[in-house]
Design a protein around this ligand. Structure first.
Ligand SMILES: C[S@@+](CC[C@H](N)C(=O)[O-])C[C@H]1O[C@@H](n2cnc3c(N)ncnc32)[C@H](O)[C@@H]1O
Length: 282
């Protein structure tokens, strides 16, 4: 069934383990549809297959950020890298714009990067070394910082990290990438060690994905990161602009309380369809 669900090109880069978890969660949350589907031997043409596919894809869109219409296949990635290498500043900006639009989170943030980064620079002072965890394509927003920054990017997707590393290298940005599952303690430890002298850590729209994979993993990670600025965000609106009820994230409220008691300052603000929490250690 998995291969049928993955038939679309844009879903092929999704790591196996991640997809398995999404499928098994979808099964548990929709037992009636799944049982019927099983009865029908996972027939692709059945109504239930279509329904189940829709459920899995919706989850993937929210948790993984796949934006189906604009996904960058390997050819498009290659072309973008050629443009970075050879073309004018204007063409490069166009290519970056296209890449940012191909990932749901950065597409939604595109209009607001200047405002968001100005706010972060204001509160956290000028970041010098940024670690962008579960980064998606956000590292391509590098130039919106308008600062010379050392960058570290990590995500579960190997292909995306290869693409981002090439962007850093071609653009002469001091940057490194590493791929892995940030809900795994061993990988968390590795990453935390790598970024121990970084001042700023971004965890944008990713903690819900971690919690969906392994409950409690976000708090564990938050407690390990030694950067003096940690910026966390969550979606505050759906794609259609409706408000998302955020009251359910009790674990996050608890994590904020703990940070606050440990002497961290917490700033909260909303820009565009996203709510941000700036945690700073004095
Ligand atoms: C909604 S997207 C946000 C991307 C980016 N942070 C942004 O806001 O532009 C969630 C990202 O988390 C990554 N992700 C999900 N689960 C992960 C895990 N267990 N370990 C590392 N990255 C993960 C996905 O690959 C995806 O890029």
């Amino acid at each position: 069934m998995k291969s049928k669900l993955l038939a679309k090109k844009e879903l092929r880069n999704i790591p196996e383990e991640f997809l398995n978890k999404i499928i098994s969660d979808s099964e548990k949350e929709n037992p009636k549809i799944y049982d019927k589907l099983k009865e029908k031997k996972f027939n692709e043409k059945s109504k239930e297959f279509k329904e189940f596919k829709k459920i899995v894809r919706k989850k993937l869109r929210v948790l993984y950020g796949v934006f189906q219409k604009e996904t960058l296949n390997n050819n498009k990635r290659k072309k973008a890298l050629e443009i970075f290498n050879l073309s004018s500043k204007q063409d490069k900006e166009k290519a970056i714009d296209k890449i940012l639009k191909s990932h749901l989170s950065t597409k939604e943030r595109l209009l607001y990067f200047h405002r968001v980064y100005s706010k972060i620079i204001d509160v956290c002072k000028k970041p010098k070394k940024i670690a962008d965890l579960a980064c998606g394509f956000n590292p391509f927003s590098y130039y919106f910082w308008n600062l010379e920054i050392e960058y570290f990017a990590s995500d579960i997707s190997k292909e995306d990290m290869i693409f981002i590393q090439s962007f850093f290298d071609i653009s002469k940005i001091k940057g490194n990438t590493m791929y892995g599952d940030l809900t795994k303690e061993s990988f968390q430890n590795e990453i935390v060690k790598k970024i121990k002298d970084f001042d700023t850590c971004l965890l944008l729209k990713s903690l819900d994905s971690f919690e969906a994979l392994k409950r409690g993993s976000s708090t564990k990670l938050l407690n390990k990161i030694s950067c003096k600025n940690i910026i966390i965000s969550f979606p505050s609106k759906t794609i259609s602009g409706k408000n998302i009820i955020t009251g359910k994230r009790h674990w996050f409220q608890e994590a904020l309380k703990q940070k606050n008691s440990a002497g961290w300052n917490i700033y909260e603000f909303e820009i565009g369809p996203e709510i941000y929490y700036l945690l700073t250690k004095s």
